[in-house]
Design a protein around this ligand. Structure first.
Ligand code: BDR
Ligand code: CA
Length: 312
């Protein structure tokens, strides 16, 4: 299986991403989870990551707390989407396993320096602070990373946090800039793609019929999270962003996109945090990122259901 580090700020959709990876042990080996401040503050994203691992029966995978604030800006959180806990809608017991014994940034560095080059993929599901800090602290990790697959950004759909910026990039645009200019192999799953990963009440009902604890708790999370769809889109469905990252690793054939040059706006008061995607290659700058835009929604949700159903 492909070795991955999941860097995350759970977040109900982060939880689905973790569960999708954990339900896919033939393809993916989660070597560690690093938590970052994002949807809610770090203490809570760390705890949430631990609780999700325990839900999946994988408390053996360590959680390493990372950065508690973005590189330059002050932390901006999203309780308005995810609830005060970040994981409202489920009821998970306090974790029993101890936390990993190093900082998340050091875990990322040490894992990449210890593994053969090109064997560890980093999946970022929140602000990219931990990965950027790791690249700043130890630049030698950059050529050793197999690939970075991130949820973040948006170009054709605009932003979900400002008119121009998606949440994960908006919270720490400087971190995104460090990663996008590093030369690392990069694939981004922006909201242009995740807005096609629509979670419907019908799918949720199917998930509930699985009957396992993971299915029941994750359905509870989804139900809470989905209410945001009513407020935002006036529908009873809502996109699950972060599991698309894992979906892409498992089934790239479900996704469509192209290599583009992507730059992060750091300065404009109107558009800071925007991912400026040169989709039409008008700048002739060399592409630095696979930008995903299309998704086979039915195939993706079939995969998600199948893999969640494997968990306890
Ligand atoms: C992203 O922001 C967070 O609220 C979600 O977990 C996802 O990572 C979507 O913009
Ligand atoms: Ca997230």
């Amino acid at each position: 299986p492909r070795k991955i580090i999941i860097d995350t700020d759970p977040g109900q959709d982060d939880a689905f991403a973790m569960l999708l990876a954990l339900g896919s042990p033939d393809e993916l080996e989660v070597i560690g989870v690093t938590a970052v401040a994002g949807n809610v503050p770090l203490a809570r994203t760390t705890l949430n990551a631990q609780m999700v691992l325990e839900l999946a029966g994988r408390a053996d995978i360590p959680v390493y707390p990372g950065c508690e604030r973005p590189m330059v800006r002050s932390l901006f959180t999203a309780e308005y989407v995810h609830g005060d806990s970040g994981l409202d809608g489920c009821d998970l017991p306090a974790p029993s396993a101890p936390l990993g014994e190093k900082h998340g940034v050091d875990f990322i560095i040490d894992s990449l320096m210890a593994a053969p080059p090109g064997t560890v993929t980093v999946c970022t599901l929140g602000p990219m602070t931990n990965l950027a800090m790791a690249m700043v602290k130890q630049p030698a990790i950059v050529p050793r990373i197999a690939e970075v697959v991130l949820m973040g950004g948006g170009f054709f759909e605009g932003g979900n946090t400002t008119p121009a910026a998606e949440f994960n990039i908006f919270v720490d645009p400087h971190a995104a800039h460090v990663v996008f200019t590093s030369g690392v192999k990069l694939a981004m799953v922006p909201i242009d793609c995740t807005y096609k990963a629509i979670l419907t009440p019908g799918w949720l009902a199917e998930l509930r019929t699985v009957g396992s604890n993971t299915a029941i708790q994750s359905a509870g999370m989804a139900e809470f999270y989905q209410r945001f769809g009513n407020e935002k889109f006036g529908t009873d469905s809502y996109p699950l962003h972060d599991p698309c990252v894992i979906g892409y690793l498992l089934r790239p054939d479900l996704f469509g996109g192209r290599m583009c040059h992507v730059a992060i706006d750091l300065v404009s008061p109107l558009t800071a945090g925007m991912t400026v995607v040169d989709w039409w290659n008008v700048t002739k700058k060399p592409p630095n990122c696979m930008v995903l835009r299309d998704l086979d929604n039915d195939g993706f949700y079939a995969l998600l259901l199948e893999r969640l159903a494997r968990l306890p």
